[in-house]
Design a protein around this ligand. Structure first.
Ligand SMILES: C[S@@+](CC[C@H](N)C(=O)[O-])C[C@H]1O[C@@H](n2cnc3c(N)ncnc32)[C@H](O)[C@@H]1O
Length: 234
């Protein structure tokens, strides 16, 4: 009798295990489907945006896959998303005069969005000559002669100290990022507060390890990405 009860009990346990497994498989498929569908929607929206820009003589959104940046790093050009940039910029206190710098500014979409805010000064650094020529064309088309553009490697930039808000959209990997952070630290002015906005913060640890910058906002955005906002002063 005992053995038949044990057999039944084991059968129940097996169904329970299989049920859990089945639920997990369904959840995984559901998650992957949502991820894929959101990717397709994102690309569709990008195409519509590209056409809209083309009509106005602009090009911010056409992606440029497989470019080579400094150190032979393979990077894809992809602009930040408007609503997330706006969400991050809404965290700034414009009672003080703020200078804004986009490090790896690409074709200038974030510079264009930043121009709608009362920044005292806006600038961008872009490494790729090809992207830089599109950036210049876009800014000329928008008649934004007030935005400073630097065709340079972010590691060689020597005016980080002049800016208050430094923006990154995952422009490079750890090696370059650690050099750039070191440059920022060396150029920071005493007692001045700096804000770093980091969209898709793959090298977040490098910023926290400085001991100077503290994470003040962790904003979730689409597809499991985030925007981090750090503040720090020397
Ligand atoms: C993902 S795109 C972001 C463009 C723009 N910031 C935005 O959010 O729309 C990153 C850009 O960083 C540039 N980049 C990569 N390495 C760089 C470096 N060492 N110095 C300056 N720019 C760099 C790439 O050429 C690319 O245009």
């Amino acid at each position: 009798m005992y053995s038949s009860i044990r057999r039944k009990w084991e059968k129940i346990l097996k169904y329970k295990r299989d049920g859990v497994l089945l639920t997990q498989i369904c959840d995984a498929i559901k998650g992957r489907t949502i991820y894929r569908v959101s990717g397709i929607l994102m690309r569709l929206r990008g195409k519509v945006q590209e056409q809209y820009e083309k009509k106005r003589g602009l090009d911010f959104s056409a992606p440029l896959p497989g470019m080579y940046a400094a150190e032979g790093e393979r990077r894809d050009y992809w602009p930040s998303e408007k609503k997330y940039v706006q969400r991050a910029l809404a965290e700034l206190d414009f009672h003080n005069k703020l200078n804004f710098l986009d490090v790896g500014c690409g074709k200038g979409y974030v510079l264009y969005l930043a121009a709608a805010y009362p920044f005292a000064r806006i600038a961008g650094i872009e490494y790729s000559e090809d992207v830089f020529s599109i950036l210049k064309r876009n800014m000329a088309q928008l008649r934004r002669t007030d935005i400073a553009l630097f065709n340079a490697d972010a590691r060689d930039f020597d005016a980080y100290g002049e800016y208050d808000v430094i923006y990154f959209f995952n422009p490079f990997g750890e090696k370059i990022m650690s050099d750039v952070i070191e440059s920022i630290l060396n150029q920071m002015r005493k007692e001045k507060e700096y804000t770093i906005i980091y969209y898709n913060p793959v090298c977040a640890d490098l910023i926290l390890q400085t001991g100077i910058f503290k994470l003040v906002r962790d904003l979730p955005i689409a597809r499991g990405c985030k925007i981090h906002i750090y503040r720090g002063k020397r």
